[in-house]
Write a protein that binds this ligand. Structure first.
Ligand SMILES: Nc1nc2c(ncn2[C@@H]2O[C@H](COP(=O)(O)OP(=O)(O)OP(=O)(O)O)[C@@H](O)[C@H]2O)c(=O)[nH]1
Ligand SMILES: [Mg+2]
Length: 358
């Protein structure tokens, strides 16, 4: 499953700086708006310590990590939805991504240009969000025209399509993001192809200065906004290469880059409702990303289409059991191996082996 995530925000707020930190790809960074014109794209491995723990017990020739694709685009400004700046290209580009990481400037520095000449994270967020809403309005309005034009006689399908498009418009005209709205399955299918922007989860990334890692006045304001919107917020200082950071999970000091990537990845997993399962054999130990609730049959298809076609059962060992009992044999002796059917819901950390007939 390809997770793609766009890095958006006003111009010159540190999007490309963050992109470079996350991906280790040196993007063009400069202190003027619209330094980025063509998107910077890079795929990074999702660090997962569990892979190392698995291969310590059961070495395989190769390890394959999950990946995430980051796309750093040009800045968005007022009028972007109508094509001002690089608006049209940027908004079209981010339509294909699953999550929007919205970088917001939360640091003071007179040397670094701000397009509005002062620092106000909530205003900045509202400018960008207004463009996302406007863009969706345009998409829905155009689709309504297209459906009406295409169908001289409005059939059931077109009626359903028009209904959901008008429903979307009602909310969008009132400034409501569509991710807050419940849609039936049919409604979802009818708007899926439009790839509307306000349906996508947003993660706010507060770009703060090195001194105020835990709090500053701008960060606090952005936090309040994010919490009101029920959107997650990650704070980081994109620029300082020397900063190291304590990782909450394992209490070791790790490189700042890894730490930011770790925080952002975790948040992406949470907003997209994702989890990881593993497959192990002598050749390869591999992490697979799937949506929580994926069935064993769907998981089998991810790994190999033959596994789905000839699916018999899936053997499941929980990650913790594999570690505690020192591998497959130990887990077996402790009665920690389960065999499940095609409807089994895969859980995070499951180590799966598919039994299938050819
Ligand atoms: N002091 C400070 N400067 C930063 C920080 N992040 C980025 N900058 C500076 O801000 C300027 C703009 O950074 P970019 O990463 O190019 O910003 P951008 O959002 O990609 O800009 P556009 O592509 O033009 O939209 C550069 O001079 C960076 O060095 C930060 O956390 N602190
Ligand atoms: Mg840039």
């Amino acid at each position: 499953m390809q997770i793609d995530c766009s890095i958006i925000g006003l111009p010159n707020v540190g999007k490309s700086t963050l992109f470079s930190v996350l991906t280790h790809v040196s993007a063009k960074i400069a202190n003027f708006p619209f330094c980025t014109i063509q998107p910077n794209i890079s795929i990074v491995y999702i660090p997962d310590l569990r892979i190392c723990q698995l291969t310590d017990i059961f070495p395989s020739h190769k390890t394959v990590y999950g990946t995430i694709k980051f796309i750093d685009v040009a800045g968005l400004i007022k009028g972007a939805a109508q094509g001002v700046g690089m608006g049209a290209q940027v908004l079209n580009h981010i339509r294909s991504t699953k999550v929007l990481c919205h970088v917001v400037r939360c640091f003071d520095n007179n040397q670094i240009i701000h397009v509005f000449n002062d620092i106000d994270p909530c205003r900045d967020v509202s400018v960008v969000n207004a463009e996302l809403i406007l863009f969706d309005i345009l998409q829905c309005e155009q689709s309504i025209c297209a459906v009406q034009k295409k169908c001289k006689i409005i059939d059931v399908n077109s009626k359903q399509q028009l209904f959901v498009l008008k429903k979307c418009l009602d909310y969008l005209y009132n400034g409501v993001f569509l991710r807050k709205i419940q849609f039936s399955n049919i409604e979802k299918i009818n708007i899926e192809k439009l790839n509307l922007l306000t349906i996508k989860p947003i993660i706010y990334i507060a770009n703060i200065d090195e001194k105020s890692v835990t709090s500053n006045i701008y960060l606090n304001r952005l936090r309040a906004l994010a919490s009101k919107e029920q959107s997650p917020l990650v704070s980081c200082c994109a620029i300082s290469p020397s900063l190291t950071h304590k990782n909450n999970c394992n209490r070791i000091t790790i490189e700042r880059k890894e730490c930011i990537l770790h925080d952002i990845n975790n948040t992406i997993f949470s907003v997209l409702n994702l989890c990881t399962f593993f497959t192990i054999n002598l050749n390869v130990t591999r992490a697979w990303i799937c949506v929580i609730g994926t069935t064993a049959l769907e998981a089998a298809k991810k790994v190999h289409s033959d596994f789905k076609k000839g699916f018999i059962r899936v053997r499941v060992i929980k990650f913790d059991d594999f570690i505690i009992y020192n591998g497959e044999l130990g887990a077996k002796r402790a009665g920690k191996i389960n065999y499940e059917g095609k409807d089994y819901r895969v859980e995070d950390g499951d180590i799966l082996k598919f039994l299938f007939k050819i």
